[in-house]
Write a protein that binds this ligand. Structure first.
Ligand code: NBP
Length: 481
């Protein structure tokens, strides 16, 4: 029997499509899944160059030496469980790759434990969803450098290609580096998705645009500076009509956003490292808020909110008409500028966190290379990344994207529309918290004397914490009364 080049554990959406991707690149693949039916289904659909296995020993025995096994299973205990069962079956120099959304601290722990057993381990952040897994995802790696050398040809072969032909697959350092980069990628994804949803809310509630026109606007935006995967799919989503009701399908979806843990980890990590990641944290909190559906419905009734479903009533139509006429003055290009500025701030915050993490954990997190890997295959691919790559090539050590000449050129031209959108959203009560948070961050970041002098005075007043002065060296304390 032919031995396989690679083993794959987990045949759900991602694993199945990655296996198909490897097969099309000419690799021989052995597959295993906890529930055997998934192996049978896969074999029925795809017979050539595949070995179906029904136990971990069978999987391991079917592989060439040194063995390479990719885990594509749910992050958490399941990964530890499978690793514990695989280790006794593997030899020194064999390679395990965890391609799931594992927490980077788990990856650090696993790399150390497996290293002691002589087994090479890579933590691989894989982005692109179902389609990316099949046609080429973006792959962010950390862990054993020998493991990377061993797996690089395979991983490069299955990854996405940027427009210049380079593989969107790179190694960023030891242990948890790859999963860390993927965690930040997902955080940026959360912020961008929420900001797009806020634009939709304003278009629908304030500009009273029908779904078709909203979809058309996103499609138009995708041809310009906002060009990106998430804007593109948003345009597609609005064109989908529900067969039964004849209504736009998106309007029939319950407004309760679910999540995996990556956004939460990114926000918690920013708190731990002291990096302002306000956009991303806000986007995570809005998902939590969206989950409070019952409370929100009760509150909307209690306050007779004009934004609750079923509003406006007849008697409010005249008032609403005024709002509409007024709001029509906020044109779509203001919204486009507000969203683009928010997109820039989201990337800026994400890269600032990566910069701090590189120092904290001793990883080689080159911002330009990270942006390159995100150019194709992944969910946050966007035209803006070309500007980010160029900017970091000129100033690789910049502490924040906002300190770079490229963004000094772009951002001032966006602020008028951005401020108009936020003013309108505040005035009319159609919340846009991520776009507003981005503006708050921008304004605060550009202020060289913040009101935090007062915070220091308050801390000294009630806690004798002391304060520094701008006109004298040293630590001071005042008996304020
Ligand atoms: P899921 O995250 O839904 O996981 C399902 C797979 O995990 C199935 O193969 C399942 O086996 C297996 N599994 C579970 Br659950 N518990 C197990 C256990 N105790 N032992 C062995 N296997 C177990 O699949 P997915 O959406 O394909 O994602 C795979 C990984 O890739 C995840 O870490 C995910 O976060 C990450 N990821 C997903 C996407 C995406 O768009 N879906 C994108 C990027 C990354 P079973 O069939 O027996 O239940």
């Amino acid at each position: 029997m032919h031995k396989s080049d690679v083993g794959l554990v987990g045949l759900a959406v991602m694993g199945r499509n990655l296996a198909l991707n490897m097969l099309t690149k000419g690799y021989r693949v052995s597959v295993y899944n906890r529930t055997p039916g998934r192996v049978d289904d896969f074999l029925r659909a795809q017979g050539n160059n595949v070995t179906g296995t029904y136990s971990l020993p069978e999987l391991v025995n079917s592989l060439k030496t040194p063995k390479i096994i990719l885990l594509m299973i749910r992050a958490g205990e399941a990964v530890d469980n499978i690793i514990d069962r695989l280790v006794p079956l593997l030899n020194k120099g064999d390679l395990l790759i965890d391609g799931g959304n594992s927490f980077f601290r788990d990856t650090i722990r696993r790399t150390q434990a497996l290293g002691k057993a002589g087994i090479l381990f890579l933590g691989a952040g894989i982005s692109g969803g179902e389609e990316g897994a099949l046609k080429g995802p973006s792959i962010m790696l950390g862990g054993s450098s020998c493991g990377w050398e061993q797996a690089a040809p395979l991983l490069r072969a299955i990854s996405a290609r940027a427009p210049d032909g380079t593989a969107c697959c790179a190694y960023f350092g030891s242990d948890g580096a790859g999963h860390y980069v993927k965690m930040v990628h997902n955080g940026i994804e959360y912020a961008f998705m929420q900001a797009i949803a806020e634009c939709y809310f304003i278009m629908k509630r304030l500009l009273k645009m029908p779904a078709e026109k909203i979809g058309h606007t996103f499609t138009q935006w995708n041809r310009g500076k906002l060009s990106s995967y998430l804007i593109e799919i948003t345009g597609h989503i609005f064109s989908r009509i529900d067969g039964e009701s004849g209504k736009p399908l998106v309007e029939l979806i319950l407004d309760l956003a679910e999540q995996n843990d990556t956004g939460k980890w990114a926000a918690a990590e920013a708190l731990n490292l002291g990096v302002p990641l306000s956009n991303i944290a806000e986007a995570v909190f809005i998902r939590y808020l969206s989950a409070l559906k019952e409370e929100r419905t009760a509150a909307a009734r209690l306050f007779n909110s004009p934004l609750r479903e079923g509003f406006p009533k007849k008697e409010d139509e005249e008032k609403n008409k005024d709002i509409k006429d007024e709001d029509e003055e906020t044109n779509i290009s203001d919204l486009e500028n507000a969203l683009y500025a928010t997109m820039i701030i989201s990337y800026a915050q994400g890269f600032a966190l990566l910069g701090k993490a590189a120092l904290q954990y001793g990883w080689y997190l080159n911002a330009s290379e990270i942006a390159s890997v995100w150019r194709a295959g992944c969910i946050i691919r966007a035209r803006l990344l070309d500007t980010i790559i160029d900017a970091y090539q000129i100033k690789p050590k910049a502490k924040n994207m906002l300190l770079m000449p490229a963004f000094k050129e772009i951002l001032p031209g966006l602020t008028t529309g951005w401020r108009k959108v936020i003013c309108l959203s505040v005035q009319e009560g159609v919340a846009a918290p991520v776009m507003a948070s981005a503006l708050g961050y921008f304004d605060m970041y550009l202020t060289d004397y913040l009101p935090t002098n007062l915070v220091q005075a308050q801390r000294d007043y009630f806690g004798s914490h002391g304060y520094k002065r701008i006109d004298q060296e040293g630590l001071f304390h005042t008996r304020w009364l």
